[in-house]
Unconditional design. Structure first.
Length: 219
C-alpha cells in the first residue's frame, strides 16, 4: 500500500469501529478541560476522572481556584502524580486567566501555551475538544501507532504530529486523534499486544514491527 492508501484504510477502519467517539476526560467547559488535561500528564485518564470531581467540587472556575492555596490543590491532586508542578500550574494559570483573560480560557494556541504548565499538546487538546479548532495532539498511543503504521519515523512527537497533519485531511483531525487514542488502548497497546486483534497494524503495519512481533511471540 502507498502512504495515501494506508491513510484511507485507517480512516475507514476507525470510522467503522468508532462511529461515535467518547471524550476521554470528563469536563463541563474549557476551564475544567484545561485543568483535566494538565492533570493527565503521566497519569491515566481513569485516575484523572476520579480526582477532578474532588477538585471541581471546591473550585471549578479560576476565581474559586485561586481562593485555594497551592498546597490545598496539591493535596487533592496527589494521586495524579507530579503534584508539586501541577498544583503550581493550576493555581498560576488560574491567576493569569483572571488577570489577562477575564477569567476565560483563551481560544488561541499562543495564549494557551503562555499559561503555566501548558505545553503544545495540552493547548492542542483544548483547542480541539473545547473550541473545535482542527488540531492533532499526539500522545503515546498516537506516537506508537503512527510508527507501527509506517506513517512516521518515530523519532519524536513533534515529527509525528507534522506527519499526521500532512497525511490526514484537516477536517478529520479532531475525530481521528481521539479515534487513534481509543484504538491504541483497546487494540494496539504497548504491553500485552495481540496482533490478531489489531487488524489495522496486521494489514498495513511496518514490516520491521511485524517481524519483531512474530519473532518475540515465537519464543
Amino acid at each position: 500500500m502507498t502512504k495515501a492508501e494506508r491513510a484511507a484504510f485507517i480512516i475507514t477502519s476507525l470510522q467503522e469501529i468508532y462511529p461515535t467517539i467518547p471524550i476521554p476526560l470528563d469536563h463541563k467547559d474549557p476551564y475544567t478541560l484545561l485543568v483535566a488535561v494538565l492533570l493527565s500528564a503521566q497519569c491515566t485518564d481513569v485516575r484523572v476522572n476520579q480526582i477532578t470531581p474532588l477538585l471541581f467540587a471546591k473550585a471549578d472556575n479560576p476565581y474559586d481556584m485561586v481562593k485555594l492555596s497551592v498546597e490545598e490543590i496539591r493535596e487533592i491532586i496527589k494521586p495524579c502524580g507530579l503534584s508539586p508542578m501541577k498544583s503550581k500550574g493550576i493555581y498560576g494559570l488560574s491567576q493569569i486567566l483572571i488577570e489577562k483573560h477575564n477569567g476565560l480560557v483563551p481560544q488561541s494556541f499562543e495564549a494557551l501555551e503562555e499559561l503555566p504548565a501548558v505545553g503544545h499538546k495540552t493547548a492542542s487538546v483544548v483547542m480541539s475538544q473545547a473550541f473545535g479548532v482542527p488540531a492533532f495532539p499526539v500522545d503515546t498511543h498516537i506516537h506508537r501507532l503512527m510508527y507501527r503504521w509506517n506513517l512516521t519515523n518515530g523519532k519524536n512527537v513533534v515529527q509525528t504530529e507534522k506527519d499526521a497533519k500532512a497525511i490526514f485531511p484537516r477536517e478529520l483531525w479532531n475525530d481521528l486523534h481521539l479515534q487513534i487514542i481509543w484504538y491504541g488502548r483497546e487494540y494496539s497497546p504497548a504491553r500485552g499486544w495481540n496482533l490478531e486483534k489489531d487488524i489495522i497494524t496486521k494489514t498495513i503495519g511496518r514490516a520491521s514491527v511485524l517481524k519483531e512481533y512474530y519473532k518475540k511471540n515465537a519464543q
